[in-house]
Design a protein around this ligand. Structure first.
Ligand SMILES: Nc1ncnc2c1ncn2[C@@H]1O[C@H](COP(=O)(O)OP(=O)(O)O)[C@@H](O)[C@H]1O
Ligand SMILES: O=C(CO)[C@H](O)[C@H](O)COP(=O)(O)O
Length: 552
């Protein structure tokens, strides 16, 4: 077997990352350097409140487009492997692998229930009422964003047009690896994290019977997966000739069992060599690192040698991200989406857009510059002394695991100008960072010992977001050399499947690299400690309001 260590960087891997808003592909070499990158938006439908749908055909077409773009002009013989990651959305196909509708309209092109879809509220309540033992491994409470409640919703609401005709329910990452290879094997990552599969014990028949989905047990779970592989394992005989033609890649190259996007981000950052950056985690085990993947949502990935049960934090999941380690996954369901929502909904948004365009800047670079102007002599974070946000506009994923929670803002005035927009944006960014602190404190109380954050995803491109995470958590934030670390994670999978590395750990160590470290501003700690007290009170107040309104 060749070792990646001894190679000149002549071997390439393709990573494909299907996020919520777009599909990205990259050509990555053995050192983890991105040689080419392409991005293509994907369609989303919201036919009614809390229903979010996509099309697996549209997503696959976007994968083909971006992959062709990144390998243009490259010697095909050098491309050794392909890895996918994607959001944990639910793809539904019939027995002949054709799309089935997941909507009342019967539109079969919309055959994906997206991860952030909250239609299955009644179903998840009933599942949680069972108090079945599998719930211990999802933080004690199942999330409405997981697959079991969505499957139950389909059975109860779309029996004729969907449920009875369905032949295959895939997590989106597994759908993609099936499209590429024709192999219906599922990744341990998707099944353990979103489908209640146990790496040690397999499926638990009693769970599916208890929730009324006993039909899924038939034929040895053929509809939801009975061949389960570790992420990075090579699938079948590699890329099929048909998929190779569509993607513009050589047929037969190795294709890896996939990862959920947050987990690929985790692989892309958590194993980096941190020597020489003055970080305490240099002398600590890898379990002291928390990978935070910040896109539409944020996911907080912490690993441990032994299982740690953290109330309200998903997991512990064995080998779902780094083989041999347990994973806990905290999360905030909307972060990038919340910032976009707050900024775009403000009356000064058109003015912001015009001014940012005139300066050829992104709206966020413009807002960060504007905050620097108005802060005067004080630290920028102090602009929100009397403006506080509770960020759960789409429920709380962690650590409260309460989907009924809503967003809150206190400290509003009659102002509608650009200063007002910028300060509201700042308070929103801070609220997200306080949410991260809340998750970290809960993980530490349950047994994790964390010292350093490793941030990636679209929001890690925002220096204000990064600095606020450092200041508010009091921890240094490591950013990768490659800003598209999730794609490096997907490429690591392809590299493992190709056999160029002996293990995921070896590929991680060789291919993820530290770019920049942002240290916390300790002088501002007292201020943020006070704001954190307000943050925690806000949710208590919200619960009090709802108790008053729901009382007799
Ligand atoms: N250059 C940037 N500056 C600030 N925010 C950014 C930048 N690029 C992306 N974002 C934010 O990141 C979020 C999307 O992140 P991304 O990782 O692309 O999402 P997803 O994987 O969910 O599709 C958006 O909400 C966007 O506002
Ligand atoms: O549940 C998740 C991971 O377990 C993610 O939140 C989901 O996959 C969406 O990711 P993104 O915000 O990057 O689009």
């Amino acid at each position: 077997m060749m070792s990646g260590r001894d190679q000149e960087p002549s071997h390439y891997y393709v990573g494909i990352d299907v996020g919520t808003g777009s599909v990205r592909a990259a050509l990555v070499d053995q050192r983890g350097l991105l040689l080419a990158f392409a991005e293509q938006p994907i369609k989303k439908w919201e036919p009614q409140f809390n229903h979010h749908e996509q099309s697996s055909e549209d997503i696959w077409a976007a994968c083909c487009l971006v992959t062709k773009e990144v390998v243009q002009g490259i010697d095909a013989h050098r491309i050794r492997g392909l890895g996918f990651d994607a959001t944990c959305s639910l793809v539904v196909l019939d027995k002949e692998f054709h799309p089935l509708p997941v909507n009342h309209e019967g539109d079969s092109s919309r055959n994906v229930i997206m991860w952030l879809d909250h239609r299955a509220v009644s179903q998840v309540h009933r599942i949680n009422e069972t108090k079945h033992r599998v719930l211990q491994y999802v933080g004690g409470v199942m999330s409405v964003e997981m697959q079991a409640p969505k499957l139950l919703w389909l059975k109860e609401n779309l029996r004729e047009i969907c449920w009875d005709k369905a032949g295959h329910f895939f997590d989106l990452p597994d759908f993609l690896s099936w499209k590429a290879t024709g192999v219906t094997a599922r990744s341990l990552c998707s099944l353990v994290c979103k489908w209640t599969y146990s790496a040690e014990k397999g499926w638990d028949d009693s769970f599916w019977k208890m929730i009324g989905l006993e039909d899924l047990i038939d034929d040895n779970y053929s509809k939801i997966g009975n061949l389960v592989l570790l992420p990075g394992a090579s699938l079948g005989i590699g890329l099929t000739p048909e998929a190779a033609r569509e993607l513009g890649l050589p047929s037969g190259i190795a294709v890896a069992a996939s990862l959920i996007d947050a987990h690929a981000g985790g692989l892309g950052v958590i194993g980096a060599d941190v020597r020489g950056h003055g970080l305490t985690c240099e002398r600590q085990p890898v379990t002291s690192r928390l990978a935070v993947i910040c896109g539409t949502s944020s996911c907080h990935m912490g690993i441990s040698k032994d299982p740690v049960f953290v109330p309200g934090v998903w997991g512990p999941y064995f080998s779902a991200m780094v083989p041999g380690f347990w994973l806990n996954e905290g999360g905030q369901s909307v972060t990038g989406k919340l910032i976009d929502h707050m900024v775009q909904g403000h009356p000064a948004f058109p003015e912001l857009q015009a001014k940012a365009t005139a300066r050829c800047q992104s709206i966020y670079a413009y807002l960060n510059g504007h905050l620097d102007l108005i802060k005067k002599a004080q630290p920028v974070g102090f602009l929100t002394v009397d403006l506080h946000v509770w960020p759960d506009f789409h429920g709380n994923r962690s650590p409260l695991a309460d989907l009924t929670l809503k967003g809150m803002v206190t400290g509003l005035t009659l102002s509608q100008d650009l200063d007002d927009l910028a300060i509201l944006y700042l308070a929103t960014v801070q609220a997200i960072a306080f949410g991260t602190r809340f998750i970290i404190e809960t993980m530490e109380a349950a047994g994790h010992s964390l010292s350093t954050l490793f941030l990636c995803g679209g929001l890690s491109k925002n220096p204000l977001f990064v600095q606020m995470h450092a200041d508010i958590t009091g921890m240094p934030v490591v950013l990768s050399q490659e800003v598209e670390s999730v794609l490096v994670g997907a490429a690591i999978l392809g590299a493992c499947a190709s056999g160029d590395f002996t293990s995921v750990q070896e590929a991680m160590a060789r291919m993820s690299k530290v770019g920049k470290v942002v240290f916390p501003e300790h002088a501002d700690k007292k201020y943020y400690d006070k704001k954190y007290q307000v943050f925690l009170r806000m949710v208590e107040h919200q619960k009090e309001y709802s108790a008053i309104m729901n009382g007799s």
